[in-house]
Design a protein around this ligand. Structure first.
Ligand SMILES: Cc1cc2nc3c(=O)[nH]c(=O)nc-3n(C[C@H](O)[C@H](O)[C@H](O)COP(=O)(O)O)c2cc1C
Length: 183
């Protein structure tokens, strides 16, 4: 299973729309896919006690699809020159070390600005590298994210769509050739 994390809880997020497109692409490749929408994090996740006592809904709906995945795809929007705080909170709530230890991880960045979340993705890569994930270095950066979709919800740029499909094809091979280490 490939698990896609949409990296914000912002209402109307372009990241979530993109994550659903990526879900289709991985399913087209024959992969089972789980999509994690951070808007649906249980409210107890934001309480101080959540680090020690994981809310049951967090464990079942968010932690289990991470631990059961062959690979993670993180959709990272750029917020203030970095990744969103809620994405880091989610990472911090995941069990250590088994969530990321030797787990294949791919990144797609998107931003309103011209650098397409390069900063946000590279900062996120540092976090995953620290946690000994297998980083997949074929990244996709999307500038002017407000123009990403047509009015009927299709990816507007065909060349970008084919780059995303290529990343998915290559990451599927990468993820299946490596296995997270069982703790
Ligand atoms: C709190 C916040 C901070 C943002 N900071 C940046 C930024 O530093 N650079 C940038 O290019 N875009 C920035 N944006 C725009 C987002 O990158 C843009 O909304 C994009 O569509 C991806 O995020 P989304 O999934 O929330 O739509 C910011 C958006 C928000 C909501």
């Amino acid at each position: 299973m490939i698990t896609i994390i949409s990296g914000t809880n912002r209402e109307g997020s372009q990241s979530l729309k993109l994550a659903t497109k990526l879900q289709d692409m991985y399913q087209d490749l024959g992969e089972e896919v789980s999509l994690l929408d951070l808007r649906l994090l249980p409210s107890e996740s934001f309480q101080p006690g959540a680090y020690a006592n994981k809310p049951e809904a967090l464990t079942q709906q968010f932690i289990a699809p991470v631990l059961g995945s062959k690979g993670l795809v993180v959709v990272v929007p750029e917020y203030n020159g970095s990744f969103p705080g809620v994405l880091k909170l989610f990472v911090d709530l995941l069990p250590f070390p088994e969530s990321f230890e030797c787990r294949p991880v791919a990144f797609v960045g998107l931003a309103a600005g011209q650098f397409g979340a390069l900063r946000a993705v590279e900062q996120m890569q540092q976090v995953f590298a620290y946690r000994n994930a297998h980083l997949f270095n074929h990244r996709v950066f999307i500038p002017a994210a407000y123009k990403l979709f047509t009015e009927d919800g299709a990816i507007a740029d065909n060349e970008l769509e084919s780059r995303l499909r290529k990343q998915a094809e290559k990451f599927t091979v990468f993820a299946h050739s490596l296995s997270p280490i069982k703790q």
